[in-house]
Ligand binder design. Sequence first.
Ligand SMILES: Cc1cc2nc3c(=O)[nH]c(=O)nc-3n(C[C@H](O)[C@H](O)[C@H](O)COP(=O)(O)OP(=O)(O)OC[C@H]3O[C@@H](n4cnc5c(N)ncnc54)[C@H](O)[C@@H]3O)c2cc1C
Length: 365
Amino acid sequence: MPLRIRILGAGVSGLTASILLAADGHRVELIDEYFAVPAVGTALALVPPAQSVLARLGVLERVRTISAAPEVGTLRAADGQVLATVPAGDALLTSRSELVRILLDALPASVTTSRRRVEDIRPLRAGADLLIGADGVHSLVRRSGWPRRPSARSHGVTVLRGTTPLAPPEVSETWGRGWLFGITPLAGTGTNWFACLPEHRTGSRREDLAHLRRTVGGHRAEIDAVLEAAAPQRTLVHGIHTVGGIWPVRQNVVLLGDAAHAMAPNLGHGANTALQDAQSLVQAIREQCGRSERRGEQGRGIPPDAASAVVSRSLRRYAARRVLPDQGWRLASEAMMRVAMTSSAAGWRDRVLSTTLGRIGQRAG
Ligand SMILES: Cc1cc2nc3c(=O)[nH]c(=O)nc-3n(C[C@H](O)[C@H](O)[C@H](O)COP(=O)(O)OP(=O)(O)OC[C@H]3O[C@@H](n4cnc5c(N)ncnc54)[C@H](O)[C@@H]3O)c2cc1C
């Protein structure tokens, strides 16, 4: 009983939904402007619930082989003092470009792909039982379907991310006055690094790196060593944009991933929730198709009115399951970004963290 499904966006959420829906026998068309593997392979942390989705896709073992799995990391003040020791909780640190490459490879031949930029979603809705907006933070599907909701907003923060071929001197995130700097391993021997600082973008990655060195350099030798090895061609520079809360389903349209809940990167959960959204939507559709079949609609394909009932019940189910966790992560990530990036209250923050987290650590020990 295949549904006709169009998906706009071949990022983590759109690729995952395409693979799972095609495996269930639906007719899937996947549209993206690029179908591109990101050029710089900075790391994503994938936690166990997201790993379960990768297992369902049949790619978890391949992802494991290209991931690093550190056991702990430290949260440090700008002078190097350890504020907290943070267990990694079985997270895999995976290169974003390798993850997208693996998902593209796993796309079944039955999925029709179309490389083009979409400017109007009306033709996408025509002739489809379901339109999935997996088109990222600046989602056209969201802007078109929810025109009264505010669009993505900037937080006045610039993110620089990159990789170096050297082994990481430590696994850490350092919080300074109005900046942060993270160091994690990449699979093999490389280092993944990321930094947030008040908005400053010149259009030249060389200049942006120089500004980063001036802002965060000279505090800690480990950061200086990573920045010494950083190169403009292995660096990405962008702003942080998030979107406000939304009920992500309307008629036969649904939003997944960043289109529904783009969040600050500070808890590393955007791709994790995107994977879980896709899995949850497909599960809801499977349940409702099964119910429809049991009621005797099988054998003739789903007639238009039955298809629309299946879709609307599935979307309600999906939203009921995903809105709370997704919006919870969004709000918590933004709160974390504010704490991490505070300048005026940095001394107070560090004292509170070292006292409270230190005590929790002692008790746990
Ligand atoms: C600095 C930083 C660090 C992060 N670290 C982590 C982490 O450690 N762990 C984690 O889980 N998440 C992390 N994230 C978040 C994660 O990268 C995103 O949440 C995730 O990639 C979103 O996937 P998506 O599929 O929803 O959207 P996207 O990956 O943005 O995909 C959207 C796709 O839609 C296509 N598209 C958009 N509009 C159109 C159009 N009009 N026509 C045609 N195609 C279109 C685009 O080409 C793109 O391929 C981080 C994010 C940042 C910025």
